[in-house]
Design a protein around this ligand. Sequence first.
Ligand code: S3P
Length: 431
Amino acid sequence: MTESTFFGEGKPIAGEIAVPGDKSISHRAVIFGSIASGTTTIDGFLRGNDCLSTLACMRALGVGIDDSGDRITVHGHGFDGLKEPSSVLDVGNSGTTIRLLSGLLSARPFYTVLAGDASIHKRPMGRVIDPLTMMGGKLWARRGNRFAPISIKGRPLHAIRYTLPVASAQVKSALLLAGLQTEGVTVLTEPGPSRDHTERMIQAFGGDIRTEGFMHRIAGPQTLAGIHVRVPGDFSSAAFFIAAALLTPGSHLVLRSVGVNPTRIGMVDILRKMGGNIHFSNERDWNGEPVADIEVEYGTLRAAEIGGPAIPRLIDELPVMALIATEAEGTTVIKDAAELKVKETNRIQTTVEQLRKIGADIEETDDGMIVRGHPGRRFTGGTVDSAGDHRIGMMLAIAAQKSDNPVSVCNAEAMAVSFPSFRDRLAALKK
Ligand code: S3P
């Protein structure tokens, strides 16, 4: 376990940065490359531990994947190219890997076991196992089929109409990966918006998916063809630097080539309402994904109410939004965010507990947080703990910007799940 110390000298954040590749898109690029026919090349693949878990799982399923350092090349042979692995598939800390592969493998004619670390074994898996079982899948898991490890005896499935109980891109994607292999039309309805990278990627790989509002129809079976994928920078990684700039007077930052898919940038909408200076330029399209340069400048902020359908569009950014709210004038209320309790940690609890340790005025509610902002009031600094959660670790490192004393983050190695070079990149931006 490593402890990493961040020095809160309040130095402005300035310059330009290209953040590492998008985590959600990197997972999907390797998975879709593996099930497509032909070669898929991937530039900008995120070398975080989560995406490396997906890569290792696809290799264990018999897919040829070359890694030149700059570029990943996946030699896909269609769904039938996947073979029964000789051992348990290790998903590490990755919810996206275990849930998407559960859907994919439920329809493959062989046996697999998906297992991961202690955190993944505590996260809810019934949300994928239940609908896959309704499709005729044979899946088993611990404690009443609700917790990993998951074992799967793959077989032909049948199409269903299903309404997801929670807006979840991982569940939707698992069912789309099953539906792509299944005779008939699988119809999925979501209760609200969730990230749509899978839908965009199905189309980029030549597949057909119809979406109307929150309803998706996928007719199977389909075959996909390999493509060249350019992975945009991860908005969820950019969010930490946006926060650092907004917390530190004198900051001015440009983030190059960041994914600005509307299902991912709820944080920008909220920050603009709070008075944040954020501008997009050079807007373009990479494989059906919108990309832009983002410019952010320090300025004073006011509190906001964050809840309702906005939540899935900024779910991974809520810990760092809570931190930003400590600097905004007034009381920020985050609600309707109970899903935060079943992320890598209970992120309502870990955010509140750790930020309080260094002097934040924040409290936990059943489905969110209440943050009383004190613009200009410095944190005390001290020792905090990522609790093994990458996003909590990085949020706490950024909290040092608002402290005159150092902030030491225990279990700092967790940051490598989504952003291995985080510490160096942050240091390079402090002027
Ligand atoms: C992800 C979906 C989200 C998000 C997670 C990545 C994905 O989870 O929180 O970090 O890649 O599909 P849900 O599926 O639970 O919404």
